[in-house]
Write a protein that binds this ligand. Sequence first.
Ligand SMILES: *[C@@H]1O[C@H](CO)[C@@H](O)[C@H](O)[C@H]1NC(C)=O
Ligand SMILES: *[C@@H]1O[C@H](CO)[C@@H](O)[C@H](O)[C@H]1NC(C)=O
Ligand SMILES: *[C@@H]1O[C@H](CO)[C@@H](O)[C@H](O)[C@H]1NC(C)=O
Ligand SMILES: *[C@@H]1O[C@H](CO)[C@@H](O)[C@H](O)[C@H]1NC(C)=O
Ligand SMILES: [Mg+2]
Length: 634
Amino acid sequence: MTTVNHLSVLLLFFTLTLPLHAKFNLTIANHHALLTTLQDLGLSPELRRPENLCTTAGIFCQPRVLTNTHVLKVTGIVLKSQELKGFLSPAIGELPEIKELSFPNNYLTDRIPPQIAGCRKLEVVNFRNNTFSGEVPAEFSSLLLLRILDLSYNKFSGDLGFLKYFPNLEKLYLDNNMFAGKVPPALRSFRNLRFFNISGNSFLQGPLPALTQLESPAPELKTMKTNHKNVPKRYIFAESTISSRNQTDNFQAPASSPAPSPASAPSKKHKKKSTKKLMGWILGLFVGLLAGFLSAIIFTIFFKLVFIMVNGGVNDGGPAIFSQLIKAEELAFLDNDDGVAALQVIGRGGCGEVYRTDIPDGKIKTIAIKKIIQPPKDAAELTEEDTKLLNKKMRQIRSEIQTVGQIRHRNLLPLLAHVSRPTCHYLVYEFMRNGSLQDILEEVNNGTRELDWLARHKIAVGVASGLEYLHINHAPRIVHRDLKPANVLLDDDLEARIADFGLAKSIPEADTHMTSSNIAGTLGYIAPEYHQTMKFTDKCDIYSFGVLLGVLVMGKLPSDEFFQRTSEMSLVKWMKKVMTSDDPRQAIDPKLLENGYEKQMLLVLKIACFCTLDDPKERPNSKECRTMLDQIEH
Ligand SMILES: *[C@@H]1O[C@H](CO)[C@@H](O)[C@H](O)[C@H]1NC(C)=O
Ligand SMILES: *[C@@H]1O[C@H](CO)[C@@H](O)[C@H](O)[C@H]1NC(C)=O
Ligand SMILES: *[C@@H]1O[C@H](CO)[C@@H](O)[C@H](O)[C@H]1NC(C)=O
Ligand SMILES: *[C@@H]1O[C@H](CO)[C@@H](O)[C@H](O)[C@H]1NC(C)=O
Ligand SMILES: [Mg+2]
C-alpha cells in the first residue's frame, strides 16, 4: 500500500518535471560522449533515441543552469541485464556530472578506462557480474565521492592499490575476481565502510582485516539501485562502525579522523637497502621525539582549557558576545533579576519566557531575549550523581551555544550573545519585527495581511538554503529537530531566518519567539520514522521541511481543523491524495489560485511530497531541495 503510494507520487513527480525537462537539450559535449558510451557498451540502436537521449530507458539527466540558459546533463546510466557485450568507452570521462554507473549482469569486457577519473561526482559504480578484466586503474582512487563500489564476479587482476582513500564508501564488493597482493590497511580509514566482501580472490595474500558479523542487515540492504536483496550475511569492520556512528554526534572536525593521506597507502612493494633503513630509523627517532614534545605541549594546553571551562561553569562572569552589533554593557541589566522582571514578555516557551527590549543607542534597536531555566530541582534534593549530571548538561549547553554563536548565514537567525546566570541562561537575538511564518500565516487566514506566491517561494528557498548550510556546509552537521513555521522568522525584507537551531539537543523545547498555540501543532511536522527510531536525522528535518512547503502552498497549518474533517486526518496524507488525484489544483491555497503561477505551485507541492516520503532514504537532501526550488522559473 505505502509503496504503491510512493511510486505514484514519484511517478507524478517525474511526469510533472518531464515537460519542463523536455524544453531543454543536452549540451553538445554531453550528447556526443553519451552517444559514444552507449554505442561502445553495445546498446542496440533501436533502444537509443539519438534525437533525445535523455528519454532512453536507463539514462538519467538533470537540468543545470548555464549562464542564463538551462541545459540537461547526464547524471546516471543504469543498464541491468541487457545482454550488453561491449566495453566501457573512454568517452565516459566527458560526463563529469554523472553520479551512477550501473551495468550489472551483462557481458561487458576489457578494462576500466583511466578516463573514468573525469567522473568526479560518481557515487555508485556497479559492474557486478560482467567480464571486465585487467587492473583497476590507479586513477580510480580519485573518485572520492564513491558510496557503493561493486566489482564482484568479474575477471579483474592486479593488486588493490586503487583502494587508497574513500571516505564516503559504504559498501565494497570485490568478491570473485583475480585480485592479487595484500589487502591495503588503508581500508581501515574508510570511515563509512559498512559492508565488505573480498572472498573468492584466490591470489590475495596475507592476513585479512578483522571482520565482525552484523546481526540484522536487512534495512541496510534496501538501497534502491543495488541488486543484493537476498544476500544472507554481511560483515562489518568493528572499528569503522564505532567511528561512523559517533561521527554525527561528535563535535570534532572531520579532519581529526585517523585517515592516512593517499600517499601513505602501501600500494608499492620494494626492497630497501640497509643504509636507507638506518637513515630511516634515525629520522624516525628524531621525528618521534619531536612529536612527543609537541603532543606534551598540546596536552598541557588542552587540560588547562578543560580546567578553565569546568571552573568557569561554576561562577562565570560577563556575557559571551558573538556579534559586533551588541556590546556587553548593553546587556548589563541581565545581571540582576529586577532588570529582567521589568522586561516585556512576548512569549513563553517550554524552558522559560521570551522577552523583548529596546536598546535606543545600540546598533540593533530591539533585541529578543530567551530565558532557559535549568530543571527546577531543590538543591537539597540533589544527590551527588544529579549534580554531576547537571554540571555535565550545563557544559554541554555551553559548548553548543559556543558552536551556534559562530554560525553566520543569511537564512539563520544569529545568536548575538549568551549570558550565563547561576540558575538560567539568557540567549540574545535580534528582534524580528515581522514575527514568525506561523504568525504571518495566521494573519493571512484572518484576512489582515497578504502573502503572495513570490514571497512564499522566496521563504521556501531561504529555509532550504539555511538547512543546506546546517546539514551540509557546517561541520559538524547540525540537525534542527524542530523545524516548523513558528521557528522560521522573517526579517524586514521577508527573508526567512531559521531560529532555534543547534540547541535542540540539550534544550529540546528552546523557543525564540514562542506562540502558545503551536505546541500541539508541532506533532504534524515530525517524520514517521522518528517514533520508531527515536533518533533525529537530517532526513527528519527534510520531512518537516516538506510539511512546511505544503503549508506555504496550501495556506493551511497541520493543526488546521480542515484536516480533521478530511478522511486522512493529516496534512501530509491529504496532500498526497490530492496530488495524485485528477485535480491537484484543489490543494492550492484558494487565495493564490488564478495568479498565473499554478504550474510553479504544483511543482513545489511535488517537492513537498518528495520530502515527506515514508522512507527517509528516498527523501532528497537539503541541497537537492534548494536546487529544485531554485530552478523553478517564474
Ligand atoms: C533542442 O534541440 C532541438 C533539435 O535538435 C531544437 O529544435 C531545439 O530548439 C533545441 N532546444 C533548445 C532549448 O535549445
Ligand atoms: C550473471 O548474469 C547472467 C546474465 O544476466 C545471469 O544469467 C547469471 O545468473 C548472473 N550470475 C550471477 C552470479 O549473478
Ligand atoms: C562474499 O561473496 C561470496 C561469493 O561471492 C559469498 O558466497 C559470501 O556469502 C559473501 N560473504 C558475505 C559476508 O557476504
Ligand atoms: C561513541 O564513542 C564512545 C567513546 O568515545 C563510546 O563510549 C560510545 O559507545 C560510542 N557510541 C556509539 C554509538 O558507538
Ligand atoms: Mg521557536
